[in-house]
Design a protein around this ligand. Structure first.
Ligand code: FES
Length: 121
């Protein structure tokens, strides 16, 4: 195992990402608040560069007891990345597809030490 330097922690704002490359391996490192998450930049659907997609909160349709729609709302705690190839979404905290939790990004451990962010590969 080795550590790959990502950035100084202060250089990554909330909801920002950095793509780091080591040989053929590309990893997207994301900051959400004071937490960091790292996922391989390969979408499990068809291999797209998932970590380079849009970052947005999960969208829920608001239904009443009779299943009538009352519009949509963003879910504050669920931040997703949207694969730019076909739109699969993945939760940045868990790496899981919200509709198929077994469809999962490959994750890496992130270490923050002396104000610097590293990913363990
Ligand atoms: S390759 Fe990512 S959604 Fe298809």
């Amino acid at each position: 195992m080795s550590e790959l330097f990502v950035a100084k922690a202060e250089e990554l704002a909330d909801r920002e990402r950095r793509i780091v490359v080591e040989g053929a391996l590309e990893i997207g490192v994301f900051r959400l608040g004071d937490e960091f998450f790292a996922w391989e930049n390969i979408c499990p659907h068809a291999g797209g560069p998932v970590c380079q997609g849009r970052i947005m909160n999960r969208v829920n349709e608001v239904l009443d007891s009779e299943k009538r729609s009352h519009g949509y709302e963003f879910v504050e705690q669920d931040v997703h990345i949207v694969c730019p190839w076909h739109g699969y979404e993945f939760n940045i905290r868990s790496g899981a597809h919200p509709g198929e939790p077994k469809t999962q990004l490959r994750g890496f451990t992130v270490a923050v030490r002396d104000g610097a962010v590293y990913v363990i590969i």
